[in-house]
Write a protein of this length. Structure first.
Length: 191
């Protein structure tokens, strides 16, 4: 109930426990699309190979949205890249972390759930990046411009969940930009 006896703004929302939500049907069995996408990502030259540079993967799980049935595939790419990295940090709001954990393999315990709010996960990721000594190269899975300053420390590769939502500032700072949606189209053609 809102102030003055009227309806509350929260009355419009449907509340449920995440534990009660069943997995998507199409994500329960084998995932040929996800495997094709993972293999494309594995062979894509996302790391610059700068000698002596630590490979740092930062994943904003809040930005890693996907249409039904594609989240598992996108997280397969994250796992593939995490296995190539020296430092891995994954962060997102509680719901994003809960949806992601089943598909993050050995990296699931590293996914940090943060309080709701703008840029909260971004600040966790930036704090983790600040702890890595130079030289470093960064691979960021996000569209948020707040990560553009990482380019001052080394090579900055952006794996954009969809370039239509990519910040202009981040686009301008990236050494390499990879459009995950375009990779998905290529993977779909392979299966």
């Amino acid at each position: 109930m809102g102030l003055g006896g009227g309806p509350s703004e929260w009355d419009e929302y449907e509340w449920f426990r995440l534990a009660d939500v069943p997995p998507e049907e199409d994500e329960a069995g084998p995932d040929p699309f996800g495997e094709a996408l993972r293999l494309l990502a594995r062979d894509y030259p996302v790391w610059s190979g700068t000698e002596g540079a630590a490979r740092v993967l930062l994943v904003d799980l809040d930005n890693l949205r996907a249409v039904k049935g594609r989240l598992r595939a996108r997280l397969g790419v994250v796992v593939e890249l995490a296995r190539q990295a020296d430092h891995v940090t994954l962060a997102g709001q509680v719901g994003a972390v809960a949806r992601s954990r089943p598909w993050l393999a050995e990296f699931a315990p590293r996914a940090k759930a943060v309080a709701a709010g703008p840029d909260v996960a971004d600040h966790v990721l930036l704090a983790a990046a600040a702890e890595v000594p130079d030289p470093a190269e960064f691979l960021v899975v996000s569209n948020d411009g707040i990560f553009a300053d990482l380019a001052e420390r080394g090579e900055l590769t952006i794996l954009s969940p969809g370039v239509d939502a990519l910040s202009d500032r981040l686009h301008g700072a990236a050494s390499l930009l990879v459009d995950l949606a375009a990779l998905e189209q290529e993977a779909a053609a392979l299966v």
